[in-house]
Design a binder for this molecule. Structure first.
Ligand SMILES: [Zn+2]
Ligand SMILES: [Zn+2]
Length: 740
């Protein structure tokens, strides 16, 4: 069946009026066109332009079309409403009128060319009958108490495509039980939303807002829904998009009474939707409260958003949030953060800065910090400290310094940190002195470091028997290789072996291959780099595994090397680590585990070994352990805790040969295991708890530290002067090492 064509009257050059029956047009006689009811809006527009002579190219965007839409108010009685024709859907609604209401034979369309500064007929807003509380409280996102003026109109939207159902009937008629117009299910876009737009009910309104959001790939939430009012906000708190609507007693419709749009946020790709939302919400919280722990954030999320987040999700969201909120390279917040950590958690801090002529200001040189929780835990670790430095990327070329112990399970135990503008012998002296004064006064410590001359020049502070200085073999080897790279593997074998004979053999070979290399080596005490001469100070630690050592500092990369943000993330990592490992060691203790993995692995290796050891007693409480299949022989001295394989004395728990002796003698080998490998120690190491840090607004002022500016990076040295003479005297800034 062919569709019936529709007669359309086009009116223009007049004005829209409102009468007893609603809207009508006053002006020149209309022109008639016949159209197919499915005609597209742009085709109809073309026809209307031809008809009316409106300049299409210049004025198309300023043209508005309204339809006169009949709304049944009684038996074959209509109230005429003004329906904006903004798209094919609303046009179709108009062109369907004759088929729905046979008494209406002709569709009437009013053409308006908007002139600048004059508001179209659709912009009138119904007076509200009562005060509705819809003002957004910016800090909480909740509906606050401030009332909005009922006439408040949207001054943000500059859109021409106004979609609005204007109810032009008088109050009396509407309030006398007549059916309500239901025309608001239009295809709306975000820019169509505006103050004065009416909807049948809250549900229609919500559908319209939801549809706009879905199309714009934005998300909104209803902040409050009453029976008579509701408020929508963008889920992105930084985007100020919001929409408030209320049911008007005057016409019984839901009318938009407040609108802030369009969205200033960028569309959310569906696949990133959750993580973006999480990072965003966490950021809102973190800006206010940057030191909430992962578990505090998880709790907050559950209570406020409603679903559970995993720790890794919270961590990712927080890292992103800290980067956004504290990722700038300034140093101004840093003293405040350190002071907050100090007052809440007793953080030990020491600043280095160069004062400006006005001593209220200074340029940052360095900051040392250590948590007392680490200091306390270190008492239960073996007496071993590893130190290292790392270049930080970022424009200030800062260096990160770390001191770490080793816990019962052979994991690094972060002890102290520093960020400095440079690493020099002065910096090392400052760092090591701080460790000695603030972190540990234990005697017999072993310090493993790089063999860099800057450290060597200050090691007088770390002398035996207070401390034993050892080199990271890898770094020692790379120093050696600058001159003797062909001997690298020989040197490393000599350094790593725990057996005297093997060491001597390697050293002889080095001498044979390059006597100069051997002379170079002979200048350095072998106990600093060779395990066999170590005397058990290193607990077998030959190299510093830089990646693991700095793992706790991963925040420095994540926060773009901005110190304040990085320290916040480091605090998170540290707390999280303490939390995890204290739970783990407590659980291990409760389930009957006594020794950590390095020891249990060795015991298990012995238990399942297929090798037969032959143990023969020698003089002086020594035993020869033979392994006939390998044609190997080892001498175990139980009372000395040594074995010629080197392992027993290095790791401080029995090697396979010592275990064989114990088995033969039927004695308990555990008496030869160093207590540093117990879960008891592990539990004590991580037992200290961290206290919550208050909100940013409640942080105390940093007293005693001037306002800090980025470090002054010295310019590259000038080319050598051709004329010899007096060197220019330079005014050097006074260095102030403030202790706190
Ligand atoms: Zn938005
Ligand atoms: Zn052995």
């Amino acid at each position: 069946m062919a569709e019936l064509e529709v007669s359309v009257y086009c009116y223009w050059n007049g004005c829209i009026k409102y009468g007893r029956e609603g809207v009508y047009y006053e002006g020149p006689a209309p022109k008639k066109i016949i159209v197919n009811p499915k005609i597209a809006l742009n085709r109809l527009l073309d026809e209307m332009y031809v008809l009316t002579g409106v300049d299409v190219d210049k004025q198309r965007s300023k043209v508005k079309i309204f339809g006169r839409y009949p709304s049944v108010v009684g038996q074959s009685k209509f109230q005429y409403l003004l329906l904006p024709v903004v798209n094919n859907s609303s046009l179709e609604t108009m062109l369907e009128v004759p088929s729905k209401h046979p008494s209406v034979k002709i569709v009437e369309l009013y053409l308006e060319v908007k002139s600048e500064g004059v508001t179209g007929p659709a912009a009138c807003s119904s007076k509200r009958q009562k005060t509705v509380k819809v003002e957004r409280d910016s800090s909480t996102g909740n509906i606050g108490d401030a009332a909005v003026d009922a006439d408040m109109t949207d001054n943000v939207s500059g859109s021409n495509a106004v979609a609005q159902v204007v109810n032009l009937a008088g109050d009396k008629e509407l309030n006398s039980g007549v059916p309500k117009p239901c025309l608001s299910s239009l295809w709306l876009d975000d820019h169509d939303l505006r103050v004065g737009l009416c909807f049948k009910d809250a549900d229609e309104l919500k559908k319209a807002v939801d549809w706009c959001s879905i199309k714009g790939m934005q998300k909104c939430v209803v902040r409050e829904t009453g029976t008579d009012e509701c408020m929508f906000e963008c889920i992105k708190w930084r985007c100020k998009w919001s929409l408030g609507a209320a049911k008007m007693e005057k016409h019984g419709l839901f009318e938009i009474i407040k609108y802030n749009g369009p969205h200033t946020c960028s569309p959310i790709e569906p696949e990133n939707s959750n993580s973006e939302f999480e990072a965003d919400e966490i950021e809102r919280l973190v800006r206010r409260h940057p030191t909430l722990s992962f578990s505090e954030l998880k709790k907050w999320w559950k209570a406020n958003i409603g679903y559970e987040l995993q720790t890794w999700e919270v961590r990712a969201a927080k890292e992103e949030a800290i980067k956004r909120a504290f990722g700038d390279q300034s140093f101004e917040d840093l003293p405040k953060l350190m002071t907050a950590l100090c007052s809440s958690n007793g953080l030990l801090v020491d600043w280095k800065y160069d004062l400006f002529p006005n001593p209220k200001f200074a340029s940052f040189c360095g900051v040392f910090w250590a948590f007392p929780q680490s200091v306390q835990g270190f008492q239960h670790c073996r007496p071993l400290i590893l130190v290292d430095t790392k270049e930080l990327k970022g424009k200030h070329q800062l260096k990160l310094m770390i001191a770490s112990g080793v816990d019962a399970a052979d994991y690094y135990f972060p002890l102290a940190f520093a960020v400095t503008k440079e690493v020099s012998s002065d910096t090392w002296r400052w760092f090591l002195t701080n460790i000695k004064e603030k972190v540990t006064q234990r005697k017999g410590l072993c310090l493993i470091s790089s063999p860099h001359p800057d450290i060597l020049s200050v090691r007088s502070q770390w002398k035996e028997p207070w401390a034993y200085h050892r080199f990271c073999l890898k770094q020692f080897s790379s120093q050696f290789c600058r001159d003797f790279s062909e001997l690298e593997s020989l040197l490393e074998q000599a350094g790593e072996t725990g057996q005297k004979e093997e060491f001597e053999t390697h050293m002889e070979r080095i001498k044979k291959e390059n006597p100069e290399a051997r002379r170079w080596l002979d200048q350095i005490p072998p106990n600093q780099w060779a395990l066999v001469h170590d005397g058990g100070r290193r607990y077998g630690y030959m190299d510093i595994d830089t990646t693991s050592l700095f793992a706790v500092c991963r925040g420095f990369e994540l926060a773009d090397h901005a110190v304040t943000g990085s320290v916040m993330l480091l605090f998170d990592e540290l707390r999280n680590r303490f939390d995890d490992l204290s739970h783990f060691s407590r659980g291990s203790l409760n389930s009957g585990h006594v020794y950590t993995k390095p020891v249990t692995d060795k015991l298990e290796e012995f238990r399942t070994a297929t090798v037969t050891y032959i143990v023969m007693p020698l003089d002086n409480n020594a035993f020869k352990v033979a392994e006939p299949a390998q044609n190997d022989e080892w001498i175990v001295q139980l009372s000395e805790c040594t074995c010629t394989c080197g392992e027993f004395q290095s790791y401080k728990f029995p090697c396979l040969h010592a275990l064989a002796v114990c088995k033969q003698l039927k004695i308990n080998p555990l008496q030869y295991v160093d207590n540093c490998y117990t879960f008891e120690r592990s539990y004590k190491t991580y037992a200290a708890t961290f206290s919550p840090v208050p909100e940013l607004a409640a942080w105390p002022e940093a007293s005693g530290v001037p306002r800090l500016f980025p470090p002054v990076i010295p310019p590259p040295p000038p080319p050598p002067s051709k004329v010899s003479g007096k060197s220019q005297s330079k005014a050097t800034p006074k260095t102030n090492n403030k202790k706190s």
